[in-house]
Design a protein around this ligand. Structure first.
Ligand code: NAI
Length: 251
């Protein structure tokens, strides 16, 4: 089976993705700041907001990794600096480092959000940020162009989608490694309440009403697993919404 690294493995979407991939025969190595409450084939406890901690975690991973699911994330109720580090800079760093350990056919899946759907409106800014060559360079760029707390979650999900799409071309052509985003709508996990705080009860209820209910995390996990699998071997550089059709109801 494949060796698959999953961040955010200790809760929500990450935990369900780990369960599913293990049931399909993969060896799953989890990374999280909290201990997992499920059986894994390996686990590294790490705070993904610090580059040094990410590098230390990487040193504990197997020499060969077939796929990476970047699922760890914090809501916009966390400080903007933490959102930048965990939801964007850390994801980028881990993806580029682990791509080096992947054979051709490797796959990286980054969890974005439908709240990142406005990326075309700020494409130039996100492309400029995507050009920053490292975690530290990204931090320095952001220090010059600070991101508002109120919209930092959306901003860094947009940035992640743009980075994934642009970077995927290079990875696929040079190494045969694919990289894609999955963009969930509201999902029943512990951070759903933070989205109510971020966006207001009215917006979240309106979205939930449009699609009748939030998703369950085991409705997102199979899509992530598909993008890790060889069945998706000609799918690269896309952002795949998993929102029960919510985006279409805004047309
Ligand atoms: P969750 O809170 O259940 O799981 C997130 C996991 O990431 C937790 O286990 C947490 O410990 C870990 N994590 C957070 N910060 C970390 C850090 N600094 N270092 C190491 N681990 C860290 O949330 P959920 O819903 O499963 O979220 C997974 C991803 O899905 C996130 O990227 C989130 O932004 C995204 N998402 C969630 C939606 C929802 O409605 N729940 C909607 C759209 C996207």
């Amino acid at each position: 089976g494949k060796t698959i690294v999953i961040t955010g493995v200790s809760s929500g979407i990450g935990a369900d993705t780990a369960r599913l991939l293990r049931s399909q025969g993969a060896q799953v190595i989890g990374i999280d700041r909290n201990d997992p409450m499920l059986t894994l084939d390996g686990f590294v406890k790490a705070d993904l907001s610090e580059q040094a901690a990410i590098d230390a975690a990487i040193r504990q991973l197997p020499e060969r990794v077939d796929a990476l699911c970047n699922i760890a994330g914090v809501p916009g109720t966390a400080p903007a600096d933490a959102v930048a580090r965990v939801n964007y800079l850390g994801v980028r760093h881990l993806a580029l480092q682990l791509a080096e350990r992947m054979p051709a056919g490797g796959s990286i899946v980054n969890i974005a959000s439908i709240l990142g759907a406005e990326w075309p409106a700020r494409l130039d800014v996100h492309k400029a940020l995507a050009e920053t060559p490292s975690f530290e360079a990204g931090l320095a760029w952001l220090a010059r162009q600070p991101v508002a707390q109120a919209t930092c979650y959306q901003y860094f999900k947009e940035a992640l989608i743009v980075w994934t799409i642009t970077q995927s071309q290079k990875l696929f052509l040079s190494k045969g490694v694919r990289m894609n985003c999955v963009a969930p709508g509201p999902v029943f996990t512990p951070i759903l309440g933070d989205f109510v705080q971020m966006l207001g009860q009215e917006r979240v209820q309106k979205d939930a009403h449009r699609m009748k209910r939030p998703a369950f995390s085991d409705e997102v996990a199979p899509v992530v697993a598909f993008l890790c699998s060889d069945a998706s071997r000609w799918v690269s550089g896309i952002n795949l919404p998993v929102d029960g059709g919510l985006a279409s109801t805004y047309l």
